[in-house]
Design a protein around this ligand. Sequence first.
Ligand code: GAL
Length: 824
Amino acid sequence: MRFFSSLFPGLRVAVVLWLAAGDAAFGQVRQDILLTTNWKFSKGDVVNAAAPDFSDAKWQTVSVPHDWAIYGPFDGNNDLQEVKIEQNNEKQATLKAGRTGGLPFIGTGWYRRALTVPGFKPGKRAVLLFDGAMSNAHVFVNGREVGSWPYGYNSFSFDITDFLKPTGPNLLAVRLQNQPEASRWYPGAGLYRNVHLIVTNDVHVPVWGTYLTTPDITAEAAKVTLKTQVEAPAGTRAPLRLQTEIRDAAGKVLTTTTTTLAAAPGTFEQQLVVAKPRLWSPETPVLYTAVSRLYAGDELKDEYRTRFGIRSFRFEADKGFFLNGQPRKFRGVCNHHDLGPLGTAVNAAALRRQLTLLKELGADAIRTTHNMPAPELVSLADELGFMLIVESFDEWKKPKVKNGYSQYFDQWAEKDLVNMVHRDRNHPSVILWSIGNEVPDQWAPGGVSIAQRLQDIVHREDPTRPVTAGMDQFDAAVGNGFAALLDVPGFNYKPSRYPEARAKLPQGMMLGSETASTVSSRGVYKFPVVPGKDKKYADNQSSSYDLEVCNWSQTPDEEFVQQDALPYVLGEFVWTGFDYLGEPTPYDEAWPSHSSYFGILDLAGLPKDRFYLYKSRWNPAPTLHLLPHWTWPGREGQTTPVYCYTNYPEAELFVNGKSQGRQRKTTTGSPQARYRLMWNEVKYAPGSLKVVAYNAAGKVVATEEVHTAGPPHHVRLVADRTKLTADGQDLAFVTARVEDAQGNLCPEATNQLQFKVAGAGSFRAAANGNPASLEPFQEPRMKAFQGMLVVLVQATDKAGTAQLTVSSAGLKSASVSIQTTSAK
Ligand code: GAL
């Protein structure tokens, strides 16, 4: 197609690998130390808190990553917003209590910590790298301000060499401040991502100092091009030499090159060739590492690792997206950054669990809405195989919320984009950059030229990937040139208008950058079963028949119809993979709702019915899932529709052995009739609900049965992992189910469960996925929601056995043992 073939010919990429502190080879020349422990924290502004001699003895001791607000308590007055949400087509302002989660994240917070810089002496340099700090960070070393960074989602670094005392002690202080009405969801608060202290020689590769691309890939060979920046003190005379080797995932050296730098500081350009490359894809996430050793004369000065993948992609008009030459559509989800009960405090085990669940769903892509993700997410996407749209902004110059990013836009947008691209441009998982989501500048004067400028900045920093944006104002953006200038236009909730966009836009393709926004509460079913927009119920829950949407959104099936019909539509990114804190639409005005209903999985990471609808489409493994549950005392004889989400074409349903008829997916008719099997007239009778699936040849291939549950009898525990690393961070997610004597889930059980962890672990948090529950996540007790909840057990740093026991008055309790072993 017109422009990608030259601008984005194959693909490339790598990861700036975080360097393991303690790696002997690095130890001498480069140390990347995570500053996790021994932080002091105080909420509220404090005079003089940056001064080294200030006494923080009374402050709370915390470890980082730390989200100061997730501990609550929930309160509808936290960031109470009286707003008219224009994106939601609201006509007047109303009071919204849970819009940003109802948690106490507003205000100022201070962090302080002693800074020990190992081996610091003349000739060494020290840098602080913040993976993200929420928000308006001001960083002080020994009482002097080193720098500031307003946007809470971005990574940024400061060279602190000149602020350090040669012999110590040194004191690091960080002031953060969150304004009210600055967000449309829960942003979190504090040093919620990692802080690195990086110590190098003065001749060194700076933060994000490599840019690795793979411009030519054939079955025989892949060309790897590496640009490595080197910083060196003025007047460095010894010739600088960069030796780079490429290693495969097992560490075997495949090829090596050495280059001499004419003048320092400067950039080394190197080309290497990997023979018979193994290509990266979501199904084969093969990674390589470039290890670069920087010498001044014969002295090793730095060692820098860049993890990368080899893969090509292209976008072609009318044909769509190709990865490694193979056409595919994105099976994507949008996700916000919070981790439910952990808040925004990043945790690699929690992210890995999310990605593992998304793999089971059959998803292959994530859009990091509406901001830069944690670096851990990007690395895990490389390792586990997900394609990413890395997004930057939710607003530009024209605000969506009173104190949002628009106040920083003019001064910071370019810096924020540069950091975003530099940090993540070596990752094979990153396929597209997004310059914005539903920005009101789509229709504001000057918006088109802003879009052009931002896209140009991204192209300048990374010409290997196209730029997209999520658009909601179809008429304005298609009419004024905004949509036409983007490399890949993205539309939010516009499936019926894809053909019109195809006709009016030059690109010949488009993305469902945000789709569905169907709302549901796990395990909750409302009768009668009727589709509806903005439906609300007295219990603040939404029905899990997956027919309830917002006035701007659709059921999953409506999007599927268009995705299947139109080859030029590149795939979809469902809003959302996981429920998140804040934005409790359709209960924006109905406290105590304070977390979303949009997720395919709930806030605890438990799959809703919709999980199986998407799985039946995205994952070729068999899916045969029935809804609703079958325990309806009082509904005897009443119409209780039964749906089956399956990738088999046909099935027969039985209630207590009596056939309810065979249903087959259709190719015409309502969108639901094409993607679901539905028995709308079933009369409820307690007992057994059974479905028998047939394959295309009419043979019985699978069955699934649900039984009416008796009274709650015991707790059953199911751990996602029973082996953890004893690193003080690793987590097991244990699902607690309230079951009857026969082992059936009691689908409406609300028993209060108590948690005890003994041995080599501790209770970290719990969640039940109820968006209207005000129970704190950190108390060792919580009510089951629709019969279930999830308990998070965290490994200590001592190897051993952790034992979780979950008990409840009147129920037989249960225990699970988790082994923890020392990190290698
Ligand atoms: C979109 C928006 C998302 C979320 C979603 C809910 O318009 O981009 O951030 O608000 O609606 O349906």
